[in-house]
Design a protein around this ligand. Sequence first.
Ligand SMILES: NC(=O)c1ccc[n+]([C@@H]2O[C@H](COP(=O)([O-])OP(=O)(O)OC[C@H]3O[C@@H](n4cnc5c(N)ncnc54)[C@H](O)[C@@H]3O)[C@@H](O)[C@H]2O)c1
Length: 430
Amino acid sequence: MGLREKILDRSAKIGVIGLGYVGLPLAVEFGKAGYTVFGIDVNKGRVDDVKARHSYIQDVSDDDMGSLVAAGKLVATTDYTVLKQIDAVSVCVPTPLRKTRDPDIQYIVDSTAKIRECIHPQMLIVLESTTYPGTTDEILLTEFENAGLKVGQDFYLAFSPERVDPGNPVYGTHNTPKIIGGVTPACTDLAQLLYSNVVERVIPVSSTRAAEMVKLLENTFRAVNIGLVNEIAIICDKLNINVWEVIDAAASKPFGFMPFYPGPGLGGHCIPIDPLYLSWKLKSFNYNARFIELASEINTHMPEYVTTKIARVLNRSKKAVHGSRILVLGAAYKKDITDVRESPSLDVIKLLHEEGAEVDYSDPFVPELHVEHATLHSVPLTAENLRRYDCAVVVTDHTCFDYDLIVSESALVVDCRNAVRKPAPNVVKL
Ligand SMILES: NC(=O)c1ccc[n+]([C@@H]2O[C@H](COP(=O)([O-])OP(=O)(O)OC[C@H]3O[C@@H](n4cnc5c(N)ncnc54)[C@H](O)[C@@H]3O)[C@@H](O)[C@H]2O)c1
C-alpha cells in the first residue's frame, strides 16, 4: 500500500520528534484523528511522564493524552529506531539562540542525522521548528540526498510552521490554519493530505522557503509592532501622557489600526527569538534587517526601562532601590500560562537584585523560579505579605491576581500591563 492510501485509511504510522509545547499537542491531534503516533524525545523525564499519562503541557489534558496512551495510539520513546516503521514524521525540536544571539540549529541537525539513519522508501518528513528560510533545503534535503535518495520519489519533505499560542482558549492545533510548503509538488500534496486530517484548514504555498518565511513574517510583525508601541510608551512617559488611554482611543478606529500594547519586554520561545533567525540569515546577503534589529533593541531594553521607572517611583517616597523590598507579580512571560522561557520577569528580578533590592515574586502558575543568583519560591498573594514590600510590580497580568487587594495593601504599585483598571494614587503605569 502506498503512503497516500495509508494516510487516507489511517493505517499510516506517525512520528513526532520533540514532545514539547508544539510536539505534544500535535501528537495528541494525530492520535485523536485515528493514527498510531510515536513521540520521540531525548528527555527521558518527558517520555516517562507521557507513559504515566501525565501531561506537562498546559494545553494538553491528562484525559485527552491518557486515553490515547492507554489505547496504544500514542507511544512515547527515547528510541529513534522506531522511525524505521514510521511513515510520516514531524520534527518539533527547539530552535533557540546562542549566547551570541545567533541561531542554534543543532537540535534540527541532530534529529536530521537520526532520521537519515532510519529513512526508508516513501517516508514523509515535515519540519515544524521555526527557522530561517532555506533550512529545510540546506540542512534536511542535503542530508537525505547525500544518502542517495531522490526527493519527491524516494522520500517526501516539507516545512510546516507551528502557530501554537500557549494558553489560548479558542485557538489550538486543530482549528488554527496551517501553512505547508513542500520541496516538490508531490511533497506538498502528501503533507497537505496528512495534515488536513488533523487541522481544519491547510494552506499550501509554493516552496519550503515561502513556508519558512510565512512564520518569520508573522513573528516579525508582532516583534516590530510591540517595539513600536514600547517606544510610544517611552515617548508618552516623557510627554506625561497616559499611553494606555491613547491606545484604547486609537483602537476605536474601525479600519487601518490594530492595537498592540507596551510591556516589560518580550518573552516565550517565539517573538524574542524568531526574527533574529531572519536578520542573521540576511547578514550573509550583506543586508541589515533594520526593523528587526531596532525592534529587538527597544524590546530588549524594556526590563531596564521598568527598573528605572521603579527607581523613580521609590525615589519619590524618599527610598532607594538598594535595600527596598520589591515583590514582582508574575513570573510567566504572559498571562495565565506556566512558561517562563525568556520571561521579562527574570530580567526585572535580576536587574533589581543587582541594584541591591530584596526581590521576591508571586505567581501561582510558577511555584519555583531559577534566576541567576538564586532559586526563588512564589510568595502567596495575601494582604499580610503585600504589606511587607515597599513596591509591587505587575509584570504579568494573570487573571487570577486580586488587583483590588494588590492596590489596597501595597505601598506602591508599578503596573507594566495596565492590569489595574481603577485609578489610585499609589499606582504608576508603565
Ligand atoms: N512554544 C511555542 O509557543 C511555539 C509556537 C510556534 C512555534 N514554536 C517552535 O516550535 C519549535 C519547538 O518549540 P517548543 O516550544 O515545542 O519547544 P520545547 O522546548 O517545549 O520542546 C522541544 C522538545 O524537543 C526535545 N528535543 C530536543 N532535541 C531533541 C532531539 N534531538 N530529538 C528528540 N527530541 C528532542 C526536547 O527535549 C523538548 O521536549 C521551536 O522551533 C519553536 O520556535 C514554538
